[in-house]
Every structure is written in C-alpha cells, then in structure tokens.
Design a protein around this ligand. Structure first.
Ligand code: ADP
Ligand code: MG
Length: 614
C-alpha cells in the first residue's frame, strides 16, 4: 500500500468507529446530529471539497457530485447514519480501485522485472558500479552470473548462457560466446562475461520496452472512449431523473419526504464509478498478461482490434521462414565457386538482410573492409557495392535489370541471388530457407480461431513463394513485390470494421507495419526500427505467439463486456427498485460498492491470461 492508500484506510476505520459510537451513545436529539457529523466529515470531507471545486470549474456532473448531493440530502432528511455510511462505502470502493490500478500497473513492470539496477563498468582498469544510465556507448561492462545484462552490447570476453524469459516468455536458456549480441534485461546465468556496450541506456532494448509498457495506457480503445463519453451524458441524465422523481409525484400525491428519499437512493445507486474504472483496468490486465508472454501491446485500441482481426498478412523471409539460409548451389560463369562466393560476400558485407548474413556466413573467412567503397542497398532487390573501385551487384532479377546484366535462371529450386559486375553477369548463388517449425501449427490455430484470410507477401519469386505458402497453409500469395508494393497490397486489403494485421520482422517492412491496422513485429529483441514502427511487438520469433495474442485479446474484450453488461444490469435493476420504493439507502450502497468490487476482481482476471510457460 502506498502512503495515500494507508491514510485512506485509516480514515475509513476512524469514520466507521466514530459512526458506531455516534449510533450507540445515548444523547438527546439536539446533540445527536453533531455526533454523526464527525464520521461524515472524516470520511467525506475531500469528496465534498472536490465536488465544490468541480462545480466552480463548471464540471458539475461527476460521481463526487452525486455522492455530495445524495449525502447532504440524507442529512437534511435526518438520515444521519445513512449519510455517513454512503461516504464510508464510497471510500472503500475508492481504496479498492486505487489498489487494483496500482497493482496492475506495477505487475506489468514487476512481472517483467527487466530493469537492471546497476552496471559494473571498467574505467581506468578499475571496476565501478554505476546506474546503467551513466554508462557510455562503447564501454566495457562486466556481468556476473545471476545479474541482469544492463545494456545492449557484444560479448568480448567469456561465455555463458542467458535467460530471456522475462523478455520473451521463452524459458530455454540461450548460449552466448565472444562476438554474440546480448540484450539488456535478460539474465546472465552461468559465467561472467564482459560486454562492450552498443548504445546508451536510453536507447537500449530494456528502456524502450519499459517506456512502451508504461505508455500503453495512453492509447485508448473505442470501448474505453465510449464509456468516458457515456458517463458524461449519463450523470446529468440521472441527476435530472432524480430531480423529477423528487418533485413530480409529490406535486400530485404529496408525501414529499418519501419521494425525496427515493430520489436520493436513486442518486447513490446511479454512481457510474464501477463502469468507468473497470474498462481501462481490464484492458490494462490484458496488456499485462500478454507482456508476460513476450507479447507487448502498445495500447488498448490494439487489443480491441486484434480481438476482431479478420485478415492476417505475413511477410515471408524472417517471419514465416527462419531467415537463416543455407547455400545449396554456387554457379559461376567464369571464375571458381569460391571466388564467386567471395565476391558476393564482399558485396553483402554491409547489409544486415538475412540473405546477406547467410552468404557472409557461408563464405566464412573475414572480408577486408578496406576494399569496400560506396554501398547502396535497394530494398526488395539487393545491394550495389563498390569493391576495389568496381561496382558489384548482388540480388534478384530486378537488380540485374538495373545493372544491365544478362542473367539466366537456375534449375535448382530456391532463392536465386544473381551476381554481376557493371553490365557483366558473374553467376548466381542458390540459397534455401526453412519454414519456422511452428509455422504450420500457428496458421492452423489461426484458422481455428476464425481468422478468415491469411496472406503472404514477399519480394521473392512466385514459385518459391507458392511452395512456402502451401507448406505453411497460407491462403493467398502475392510475390515479387518491392517494399512499396507491399504497402499497396496491404492498402488494397484494408476494410473498415475488419481489422488487418501485418506481421513482419522489421527488416525493410517498417512502412507496411505502420500502414496496417495492426502492425506486428516479431523477433524484436534488439531491433529498434521494429519496436518503433509496430503496434504489437513479439519479443522472440515464435509464430505461435500470434494466435496466443489473439486469444488474450479476445479474453480481455470478453471481460470488458461482461463488466459493462453486469454493471449496467445491476444498476438498472436497483434504479428501478429505488424509484418504485423497493430499495433503501443500504441496498443502494451495497449495490454500488459491491458491483465495483466484483467488476474489479473480474478485470484482474485478464492479467492472468498470460501464465508463464513451463
Ligand atoms: P521478403 O519479402 O521475403 O521478406 P525482401 O523484401 O526482404 O524479402 O527481399 C526480397 C528479395 O529481394 C529477396 O528474395 C532477394 O531476392 C532480394 N534481396 C533483398 N535484399 C537482398 C540482399 N541484401 N542481397 C541479395 N538479395 C536481396
Ligand atoms: Mg523481409
């Protein structure tokens, strides 16, 4: 409990005790009201004050106003016990709400538990502990077993394994060795390693994620905005109805006290606080539950959209496939195979496309960076690199046309990377990629969840694309697309009311991620571009996280509607009963606080949707 919550709790207890005392102490009718004034003021002074301040500022109709009017009215009718009790129970509801909100906010950051406390940085041959924020880019940081890796970087000494569970939900540790990239927020397990930092803390993965999670409540779902607007109209309507109830019937039938009493009960019941708090709280719970599974959602509007997602579009390379290609054939025109591979690797040496990385890995030995001059990467086509002063092209047929080289195809199935010198064809390399092991399963799951269409977009050749799609179980294929072609395809598929999700790996598809109703970036651990462009970020590259995300989103939205309907139904019932005279002030109080508590507990269920995998 925070200090504020503790103070509120003490006030509630003090008010309850003084209320009991006031009821029990025998005193004559002149003194009695003053005794009851004590608990009323202890419990309600801030509410009365707020209501008064709001009226001065012109915001008349909020729940504080309802409470103030109802209790002062009760006071006028000499219902002293009730007046104090309404205030006390209202405050119990407030306390409950504040604890629940605090808990869910903390639980997201806390469950993730990824913020590193300090970094042991080597300066002038000495190791000193500083907050991660004070470490510069390029410094050496020692991370011992059991510690969190404080900043993104490259291992320069030692080997170990890291637990990425807090970021990805994946419990299997990953081995790290000299030269490997490590990501802040993961936990070093077995050995001490020295890491050379690649960025300052502000730009590190962990800072970006925390920032995202903390700001996720600023993007509101439509249901949430609806409820806010709803209560803006609802409260004045209720106050109007109460006024009519207090005045109109007694004009005809008399019995003013009875009708004013009913109107006051009506006011107490009508307080919309349960509704107003439970909706954002449920969304918050869903976002928190998802984040435990390595699924980061940037706002409740995306939870709502994902729950209704109709079409899911996938990028091929690195998204449906692993993106680690193996070289299956090298077909040079004139030179030796080794020479062609070496030229290709040199040309690709500045690219971080999965194709480039695979060719560099197949080449094996180091590339002399000094030989490389200007480099141009054409997204969806390939690279143009100056090597020893000469332009070398490596990419698909579109790039060959650009280079003016006469290329020819290959009989071997796979992604063909053509290599050319200005105007002269040097040969090609055939590489193949594998479908991710969980791709087919994930797509089947999506179908079962009722996603009506799945589409694959790729810059690769139609043939390969068809085969991959068939293997994965994708409905439609659009191939040989440049990145802007992918944007156009996605635009042509957008339908109002039927959200479209695009899933990519963030490599040259950031524009598409941004254009789709829901942009899902996967394998984002460490990829800044993807984290920024996407609406939903999957920390690792499991495709099965997508159906999981859909399921969590649907559960969350279901809870939201359960709460709305339940709260409105109970309100309607008690309002009617109150107007007809079947409810007293006590029932009104319990209906209000009880509904708030039930609805908050139900909202917290959304948080448990992401149990950590065994
Ligand atoms: P996908 O749409 O499957 O994710 P990309 O749009 O990244 O693929 O690339 C489409 C095609 O462009 C690749 O299949 C390849 O032929 C070519 N290409 C892109 N980048 C490179 C590169 N760095 N080297 C060689 N070819 C490339
Ligand atoms: Mg791609």
């Amino acid at each position: 409990m925070t200090r504020k919550q503790k103070i509120l709790l003490i006030r509630i207890i003090a008010a309850a005790v003084t209320l009991a005392a006031a009821a029990l102490i025998p005193a004559d009718d002149k003194i009695k009201p003053f005794l009851f004034l004590v608990p009323y003021i202890i419990a309600g002074y801030d509410i009365i004050k707020r209501a008064a301040v709001n009226i001065i500022h012109g915001q008349i109709f909020d729940e504080k106003f309802l409470m103030a009017v109802a209790t002062i009215g009760a006071w006028v009718l000499s219902e002293y016990t009730e007046a104090s009790a309404v205030m006390i129970f209202f405050q119990i509801g407030e306390l409950f709400e504040s604890i629940a909100v605090g808990k869910s906010r903390k639980s997201i950051a806390g469950l993730m538990d990824i913020k590193p406390e300090s970094a042991a940085v080597l300066r002038d041959g000495k190791e000193i502990r500083v907050p991660p924020e004070e470490v510069e880019k390029g410094e050496l940081v020692t991370v011992r077993p059991g510690e969190k890796i404080p900043l993104d970087g490259i291992v320069v000494q030692g080997s170990s394994s890291v637990n990425t569970a807090a970021l990805t939900g994946e419990s299997l540790p990953r081995d790290i060795d000299v030269g490997d990239r490590v990501v802040s927020g993961t936990v070093n397990l077995t050995g001490a390693v020295t890491v050379k930092t690649e960025s300052v803390y502000k730009d590190s993965t962990v800072a970006k994620i925390l920032d995202m999670v903390e700001n996720s409540s600023s993007k509101k779902a439509r249901t949430e905005n609806f409820i806010t607007r709803f209560s803006r109209y609802y409260t004045p309507c209720v106050v109007g109805a109460a006024l009519l109830l207090a005045v109109v019937p007694p004009l005809f039938a008399g019995e003013w006290i009875k009708w004013i009493n009913r109107a006051l009960i009506f006011l107490v019941v009508s307080c919309p606080c349960a509704l107003v708090i439970s909706v954002p709280l449920s969304f918050f719970g869903g976002i928190g539950g998802a984040s435990r599974r390595g699924i980061l959602i940037k706002g409740s509007n995306f939870v709502e959209a994902l729950a209704k997602a109709d079409t899911i579009v996938f990028d091929k390379t690195g998204t449906l496939t692993t993106g680690t290609f193996t070289v299956t054939a090298v077909h040079p025109e004139k030179m030796s195979e080794q020479e062609l591979l070496s030229v290709a690797a040199a040309a690709e040496s500045c690219s971080n496309h999965p194709i480039a990385e695979s060719i560099i890995a197949a080449h094996g030995s180091d590339i002399d960076r000094a030989r490389i001059g200007k480099v141009n990467e054409y997204a969806g086509m390939g690279v143009e690199s100056q090597i020893d002063g000469e332009y070398i092209y490596a990419g698909n047929q579109k790039l060959m046309e650009k280079a003016g080289a006469v290329w020819h195809g290959c009989h071997i199935a796979g992604t063909v990377i053509h290599i050319a010198k200005k105007g002269e064809y040097l040969g090609h390399i055939v590489i193949t990629d594998r479908l991710k092991p969980d791709a087919a399963g994930a797509l089947k799951e999506l179908k079962r969840l009722g996603i009506s269409k799945t589409v694959m977009l790729t810059g690769d050749r139609t043939e390969i694309a068809r085969r991959t799609a068939e293997e994965a179980g994708i409905d439609e294929v659009r191939a040989e697309l440049l990145p802007d072609g992918k944007v156009k395809e996605v635009e042509s598929m957008l339908r109002p009311g039927k959200p479209l999700a695009f899933t990519g790996d963030g490599i040259n598809d950031a524009p598409v991620l941004a254009r789709a109703d829901i942009g899902i970036a996967m394998g984002a651990m460490g990829s800044d571009a993807a984290i920024e462009a996407a609406d939903i970020v999957l920390m690792d590259d499991r495709l099965s996280a997508i159906p999981e995300a859909v399921r969590i989103a649907r559960k969350t939205v279901r809870i939201v509607w359960q709460n709305i309907i339940f709260a409105l139904a109970v309100k309607a019932a008690v309002l009617t009963a109150g107007a007809l005279g079947y409810a007293n002030m006590w029932l009104a109080i319990f209906a209000d606080v009880g509904v708030a508590v039930i609805v908050i507990i139900n909202a917290m269920r959304a948080l448990s949707s992401g149990k950590v995998r065994k």
